[in-house]
Design a protein around this ligand. Structure first.
Ligand code: ZN
Length: 255
């Protein structure tokens, strides 16, 4: 069992390096075309995998920040979960992308290979150039790819996994969802991370576009004896059910 104090790098490097893309392409190939792949700054493949064919899409994102490998592990485990339990996808399509920032994940750095924080590089009204946010919105191939997926799938829910705040943060019309998820995984629900996040995906998708987005902030480590998935499964399952039943349907959002 993993010690609660093991650093992330010792804990997870083997596992995330082991989850190569080749064995994972079955689902994506069946739905996919070239638009579901992109190249990172350093030429690594970023893949969007698609599961299910329901009318409402959940866009699931891991490792936008390369120093948050637990987020990547959780996305992989959620993919395995929907393979084992396809009934959770009823009425839904899951599009998952992880790592969004493969160069950063490889190097253990928050930012991409050009030193840009991808979660500050979206075309939100509060975007501010410079300071690691990039010269302009969508200046990076990784953020451009996510933006294309947002336009293409118009997700009813974006579920973006980060570390290590141990909280469920929301933007847009997702407070009830965030509170219900937090209750189910024992994390804090929080309306703000406590500092401004110009150019963030939450600002763009949640505030400007008024669409539900949850930032699920895992802890640095899962609770003793658990994986991140075991810790959050009930919350994830609730998010799927919420999207099926209550999430914004898409075309009538009036933006
Ligand atoms: Zn993060």
């Amino acid at each position: 069992m993993l010690g609660a104090c093991a650093p992330i790098s010792d804990l997870d490097v083997h596992r995330y390096r082991g989850s190569g893309l080749a064995a994972e392409t079955v689902e994506s190939r069946s739905h996919d075309d070239a638009a579901n792949e992109a190249e990172s700054t350093n030429g690594r493949t970023i893949t969007a995998r698609s599961f299910g064919d329901g009318s409402r899409t959940i866009l699931l994102l891991g490792a936008i920040h390369g120093d948050e490998p637990g987020s990547h592990l959780l996305v992989r485990d959620i993919e395995d979960w929907v393979r084992r339990r396809p009934e959770v996808l009823r009425g839904l399509r899951l599009v998952s992308v992880s790592p969004v920032n493969p160069d950063g994940l490889e190097q253990g750095t928050r930012r991409n290979a050009r030193g840009v924080d991808l979660n500050r590089n979206f075309p939100s009204r509060n975007f501010e150039p410079g300071g690691g946010r990039g010269p302009k919105p969508l200046s990076e191939p990784e953020s451009r790819f996510l933006h294309q997926l947002l336009l293409r799938y118009d997700p009813a829910l974006v579920l973006s996994v980060h570390q290590p705040r141990h909280s469920v943060n929301w933007d847009g019309p997702a407070e009830d969802l965030a509170r219900a998820m937090a209750e189910r995984c024992g994390y804090r629900a929080e309306a703000t991370v406590g500092y401004s996040t110009p150019g963030s995906l939450g600002s763009y998708q949640g505030i400007d576009r008024a669409r539900p987005i949850i930032t699920l902030e895992l802890g640095r480590h899962p609770a003793a004896g658990k994986t991140f998935f075991e810790e959050t499964e009930a919350a994830i399952e609730y998010a799927f059910a919420w999207t099926r039943s209550f999430g914004a349907a898409g075309p009538d959002r009036g933006d």
